[in-house]
Each structure stands twice: as C-alpha cells, then as structure tokens.
Write a protein that binds this ligand. Structure first.
Ligand code: NAP
Length: 470
C-alpha cells in the first residue's frame, strides 16, 4: 500500500518515503510519500483561503456518509490497524466500532444548535434588549495524534472539526499513518471539500513544529505524551491549546468489592489494547485484607489473555507498538523486581510481543508506577484503607482517570470528591466512556480542557454574541 500526504485534498508526490513495518513480523505494510516545509505552508494557506462554508446539513451529510463508508469497510480498516500497530483483531474491530460512534455523534451534533438567548431586562442595569449567541468556525485548526488508537484518535479530532465547519490540518503519528491517511481519503470520498482537510507527515522541524508555532493557526489540538505536550505548550504562542496527555490511572479495589468484578476489570483495564490506552489501568491499589485472594484470581484471569500473532482470532493481546517500547517495559519490570516486586505470571518478551504480566508487592516509588508504563502490565500495590488508597492514587504527576471497585456508596462518593483527576468511574475501568461525553485530564495529563465530540466541537469554533433591541 503506497500512500501520500494530502494538501487540500490533493495527494503530493515526494522522493522521501516513510516505510511502515508490521511490529509483529517485520514485514513491510506500506509507505507514505512525505511532505516538507513547502507543503506545510501550502496547507495553511489553503485552509485560510477556504471561503465556501458548508451548511450544517452538508456537514452532517458528509459525516453520515463517512460513517456508512466506514461501516462497509470495517474489516479492511481493522486489518490495516492490526498490520501497522500490532494490535489484535478484537481490539481493532472494537476501535472501528468506536470511530463509527464518533462519526454518528458528530453528524447528530452538527444539526444541533447550542445558541443561547439572554434577556437583558433582568437587572436594574439592564434594558429591553436580548443577547444571542452563535458559533462560528475557526480559520485553521491543527490536530496532532498519537499511535495507540490509529483510527479513533484521528476521528475524535477530524469529526468535531468538520462538524464545526473548521478547516483542519492533521499530523498523525508516524508510527501509524496508513490508517489516518485511509480515513482522510474516506472523508474526501464522503464529500469533504479538499481545502477542509490536509494530512501531513514528515520531519518534526518541517511539519509539526512550524504548524504549532504558526500565528495563522487558531487552535492546536494535541493528544500524546506529556513531554511533547509540554513542549507544544512552550512553543505554541498565542492560540487555543487542547492538550490530552499521558495517564497513570489507578484502579482502587476496596475490601467490600465484588472480587469477580474487580478481577475482570483489572485484567481488562490493564491488558486491553496491549495496555496502550492513556486510560489503561496502570496501578492496581488493593486493600490489604483482600490482596492475597485478589492477586491469586488475577493471575488465573491473566491466563485467558492469549498473547501472540495479532491476526489470530484467539489472540487477546498483540504486540506493543515496537520492540523498543517492549524493551523499556521489560526494564521497568526488572527495576520493580530489584526493589522487591514479584512477577507472578507473564513478562516474557519476543520482539515487540510482551506477555501480560501480574507484578505483586510493587513498591510505591518505582518507575513502573510513578511514570506511565504503556503496555500490558498489572502492578499490584497494597493499601491499608480508603485514606491510603486516595493518597497513593493522587501521588503521581498525572490526573487522567480512575476506577473504584466498591459496594459502599459513601466510599464511592468520597472517591468522586477527592480523587484529583478528570474522571472517576465506580465499578468500571478508568477508560469507560462514550464518544460524546466529556473526556480529559488535569495535572500533567492535560489542561482540564475536555474532548469527546460535544466538547471538541467547542475547541474548533468560537462563540459570537450579538444583541438586538427587543
Ligand atoms: P508522542 O510521542 O507524544 O507523539 C504524539 C504525536 O506528537 C505524534 O504525531 C508525534 O509525531 C508528534 N510529535 C512528536 N514531536 C513533536 C513536536 N516536537 N511537536 C509537535 N508534535 C510532535 O505520543 P505517542 O507515543 O504517539 O502516544 C502515546 C502517548 O499518548 C501516551 O503518553 C498516552 O498516554 C498518550 N495519549 C493520551 C490520550 C488522552 O486522551 N489523554 C489518548 C491517547 C494517548 P511523530 O509520530 O512523527 O513523532
């Protein structure tokens, strides 16, 4: 599969090619003709020159048509995501399903007007007027996406931008660009005018960095690591910023928990998507009274997560994104073991395949649980009570999401109030959401600006008010 970057709907030609290899078997998956500085400028200019705003109906039709096209090609997309990311078919089919939801909700939201009316005769200072609000598109949005959900992350940026009527330049991850480009082609096919979307890949100094710094860009919407997100915050200058960054989410298991549920959610939260979700369970904080029983059961449960060839229907955990990442995860496991942790199952590595691992007695200060470990690891830390669990949960630099397993409503409410993060899910994994609900973190995980279709449409538009005598 030989693909190209697109400037304003036109495929570019280039001598510079990015070749993509399958993380599982090293076979070539495809290539992309890369862009340079000249195309970066051309993409910005074409977005700024776009002067034929689409009606709400037209935008909604394009999104709905894209959804229908994706539905007919769901297996093709799932296979492509598997080939370039190493994620198993269970995950990539699920991901296509999520992207279909994003398109569905975006098409619905496009035709919903959130305008408000404020009567002015409501105070001694007021008078007989009314103030109305309406949303207008921005001139140019830049969206930068990570590798871990090659389709859904892209859909979560492009669909709300299209819904808002804002021309957008996408810079997808160079680890998974094929899915992103195929999705862009699908949007063009669905009727999206070329100038509404450009897709650029190439050296950071030629593409990502100039896009971030350019004063003509109104908003940079970035999802990725803390390090790159903070760099963007330092260099972006005067423009709107949406930063959705890393996570280190706790799953708190209290001593009144339904243990079957706790074990299922711990395994799903830790191993789904090869543990590469920003909201994956990255620390399991278990009440010491039930820790032994919970641990035994989680080890048993982990045996169900067959790790291997991502195209095999029986596989439940494919590779992580590349061998380098798998080696890093191996290293943090080794460090935890050196500090007193114990690997009870898994942890073996072959290339980019890392077998799901349960690690018990993990010290609170080791790198595996202080930083983000982006892979299928289930580190167990014991806590002595609710106070201790909340303190440990809040102790890292991150604040994306959390899960709490308890039957006690009072304790659940205490957690909702006191966990310093963007989401608290009771009796669910931290990653639970629907595609139109607000989603996003605080602290190092983000600026507290939410995504999800409804919120994201607000990033890609601004509110204008006008008033009339009434
Ligand atoms: P990453 O290394 O930060 O890369 C993300 C994107 O930033 C890629 O497109 C990358 O391009 C680009 N980039 C690299 N250097 C840049 C620069 N100097 N200026 C602008 N952009 C630059 O992240 P990743 O490894 O792909 O993704 C994993 C991370 O994303 C994890 O930390 C995960 O938790 C986080 N994440 C967060 C959320 C959330 O909603 N909070 C969701 C998903 C993932 P290249 O690929 O070309 O380097």
């Amino acid at each position: 599969m030989n693909l190209s970057c697109y400037v304003a709907g036109k495929a570019i030609t280039s001598d510079q090619q990015l070749v993509l290899k399958n993380p599982y078997n090293g076979e070539a998956v495809g290539s992309v003709a890369l862009a340079g500085r000249e195309q970066t400028d051309a993409a910005i200019v074409s977005a700024l020159n776009w002067r034929e705003p689409l009606t709400r109906f037209q935008r909604s039709q394009i999104l709905e048509k894209a959804r229908q096209l994706l539905e007919t090609r769901n297996e093709e997309f799932a296979r492509l995501i598997t080939a370039e990311s190493g994620l198993c078919r269970r995950e990539t089919r699920y991901e296509v399903g999520r992207a279909l939801d994003v398109l569905r909700f975006a098409a619905m939201e496009t035709v919903r007007d959130d305008g408000q009316i404020f009567s002015c005769d409501v105070s001694p200072q007021g008078k007989a007027r009314k103030i109305f609000t309406l949303r207008e598109p921005l001139n140019c949005a830049v969206c930068i996406t990570p590798f871990n959900h090659p389709l859904n992350q892209v859909a979560h940026k492009l669909a709300p931008a299209i819904a808002a009527g804002t021309p957008v330049i996408l810079k997808p991850s160079e680890k998974t660009p094929l899915t992103a480009i195929k999705f862009a082609e699908l949007l063009y096919e669905a009727g999206l005018p070329g100038p509404m979307l450009s897709v650029l890949l190439g050296a950071a100094a030629e593409i990502a960095e100039p896009l971030v710094k350019d004063d003509r860009v109104d908003v940079v919407s970035f999802t990725g690591s803390v390090a790159v997100g903070k760099r963007i915050a330092r260099t972006a200058g005067y423009k709107k910023l949406v930063l959705e960054l890393g996570g280190n989410d706790p799953l708190i298991v209290l001593d009144d928990a339904d243990l079957d549920l706790a074990v299922t959610l711990a395994a799903e939260g830790s191993y789904r998507n090869s543990g590469q979700r920003c909201t994956a369970v990255k620390r399991i904080l278990v009440h010491r009274r039930i820790a032994e029983e919970f641990t035994l059961r989680l080890v048993e449960k982990t045996k169900e997560y067959v790790c291997g060839d991502p195209t095999d229907e029986a596989t439940r955990v494919g590779t992580v994104i590349d061998e380098k990442s798998a080696i890093y995860l191996e290293t943090v496991v080794r460090e935890a073991v050196a500090a007193g942790g114990k690997v009870l199952i898994g942890g073996g590595r072959k290339g980019a395949l890392l077998h799901p691992a349960v690690i018990a007695n993990v010290p609170r200060d080791c790198r595996m649980v202080v930083c983000e470990s982006f892979g299928p690891l289930a580190p167990i830390l014991t806590v002595k009570d609710l106070e201790d669990a909340i303190a440990v949960a809040n102790s890292t630099a991150y604040g994306l999401s959390s899960g709490v397993i308890t039957r006690d409503l009072g304790k659940a409410i205490e957690c909702v109030k006191r966990l310093r993060c963007g989401t608290v899910n009771i009796n669910e994994v931290p990653g639970y959401r629907v595609e139109n609900s607000p989603f996003g973190g605080i602290k190092d995980s983000g600026l507290g600006v939410k995504e999800g279709v409804v919120e994201a449409m607000k990033h890609f538009s601004f509110v204008k008010t006008f008033s009339l005598p009434w």
